[in-house]
Design a protein around this ligand. Structure first.
Ligand code: AMP
Length: 471
């Protein structure tokens, strides 16, 4: 099957601000929820591109001294999450190289589905790779292009890619961003004020990064669009015609922050509407609506508002669970979900509870939470999930496990209910999810709920009976 690099990421870029690296640091700080494993910034002062990246949270990777060394008015940044087996600093981004087109650095959110094919061809032609990430392939394609101008070489490279990409580049004197023709992953564009009438340009996965730095959202980078900012101003190029749009619906279900505009729509509005729709589709006689924090909060508010059942925060999350936590080697083993969540017994005792969460993937978390709520005295636990059952893996940049590990791919809703030990269980229907995200012209990708993938290579691969390891 395809290599899935599970690159759940946040990207950021700025052009024309004297404190570009600092702004990027703040932007990444606001995008930290999109990836907690590694962080990196590349900046340019017009002559040199310097890059620093390491494992860890943005605030741990960068010190004031480190940022102080990153001069210049152009910068890009990246924050990345990856699953086990791929936790090398080698795969941290941005990737930075010096090639025949000059010095360039790139950061990527998404997943290139034909990366292995391209990589095999490049290796056969003599390219040497340092990492296993699909993003490096893009740099090799740019370096190999016969085009002299970087944007022309980039266009040539992008036309060879299939899959999901929101990309930010910095060269010695330009910032370039591009988005795949389907628009799978978000990429917003804005301006940041300088003194007088001057302003700089900023780009980010989510608009919550703009809010922190006082930037103004202008619009999204369009699918199939490349935006180039240099001393000549801002230029745009439609490097390929847009395809039928396929914005990732999971950005609205789970991944993005509710205070962001994603695909031009407030995530909060979508999520609250998911909760309201869920209450209409699957009402239940209960005493409390309780969210699984933080992912279920906004939908639970919608469920409570629509049903009239009181909303109570009866599960408290410890926000400070980090990598430095030392697990005792014996005695109290397997903390599981207890490390993160603790029930409020006096709210739950004797109560019939509607427990709202965003999704069930493997089912193991839900099972632990239902048990926890019951042990805290709840009389009934009714689980409500604000999206349909996840039946198919994502090849476009969301970390979902293989089909064999997706509980809904292999079990009915009733079987899942029994596994998670809930009194009742219901998932929002696809139709109501579509309504909740305001999708009246079919511009979202729902492949994780339908198994219908919008890109060709994945479609072909899905139809093959055997699991080939060629790709
Ligand atoms: P489980 O059913 O045990 O696999 O856990 C599902 C929970 O993990 C959901 O309620 C989400 O809050 C969270 N989740 C779902 N998808 C992802 C993802 N791609 N990355 C990180 N967390 C996720």
């Amino acid at each position: 099957m395809f290599d899935k690099f599970h690159d759940e990421c946040g990207v950021f870029a700025v052009y024309g601000h004297p404190e570009a690296a600092n702004l990027t640091y703040l932007g990444l700080y606001a995008l930290q929820h999109r990836g907690q494993e590694s962080a990196g910034i590349a900046s340019s002062d017009g002559r040199d591109v310097i890059c620093y990246k390491n494992m860890g949270h943005v605030a741990d990777v960068f010190t004031p001294e480190r940022i102080g060394h990153m001069r210049g008015s152009m910068a890009i940044g990246h924050t990345r999450y990856s699953t086990s087996g791929d936790k090398a600093v080698l795969n941290a981004q941005p990737f930075s190289v010096a090639c025949n087109k000059g010095k360039i650095a790139v950061a990527h959110n998404g997943n290139i589905t034909n990366a292995n094919e391209l990589r095999n061809d490049l290796e056969a032609a003599g390219s040497i790779f340092q990492a296993t990430s699909d993003t490096e392939v893009i740099l090799h394609l740019i370096a190999r292009s016969r085009e002299q101008q970087i944007e022309a070489a980039l266009r040539e490279a992008l036309l060879q890619l299939e899959g999901a990409y929101s990309l930010v580049f910095v060269s010695e004197n330009k910032v370039i961003v591009a988005r795949d023709p389907y628009g799978f992953r978000p990429l917003a564009m804005g301006t940041v004020e300088l003194t007088g009438r001057k302003f700089g340009y900023v780009f980010a996965s989510e608009t919550c990064a703009f809010d922190l730095i006082g930037a103004t959202y202008l619009r999204d980078v369009e699918p199939g669009e490349m935006v180039i900012v240099s001393s000549e101003g801002l230029h745009r190029m439609q490097f390929t015609p847009p395809r039928k749009r396929a914005h990732c619906v999971f950005e609205h279900v789970y991944f993005s922050r509710p205070d962001s505009l994603v695909f031009g729509r407030p995530v909060q509005q979508s999520r609250e509407e998911m909760g309201r729709q869920l209450a209409r589709e699957f009402p239940v006689d209960a005493d409390l609506v309780v969210p699984v924090p933080d992912s279920g909060v906004t939908a639970a508010i919608g469920y409570a508002a629509e049903s009239g059942i009181p909303y109570r925060q009866a599960l408290i999350r410890n926000h400070y669970v980090g990598r430095t936590f030392i697990e005792p080697s014996q005695a109290i083993r397997d903390f599981g979900v207890k490390l993160k969540l603790n029930p409020v017994r006096n709210l739950l005792e004797g109560k019939r509870v509607v427990l709202v969460d965003d999704s069930i993937v493997r089912g193991t978390t839900s099972r632990k939470i239902v048990r926890m709520v019951r042990q805290a005295g709840a009389r009934e636990v009714h689980m409500r999930i604000s999206c349909p059952p996840t039946i198919s893996p994502c090849y476009y940049g969301v970390d979902t496990p293989n089909k064999s590990e997706l509980i809904a791919a292999n079990n009915s809703v009733e079987e899942i209910r029994r596994y998670v030990e809930a009194d009742t269980l219901a998932f929002l229907s696809l139709e109501k999810l579509q309504a909740a995200v305001g999708d009246n012209d079919d511009r979202f990708c729902y492949a994780c709920y339908t198994g219908e993938y919008p890109t060709q290579l994945v479609q072909i691969q899905q139809r093959l009976p055997l699991e080939p390891s060629r790709l």
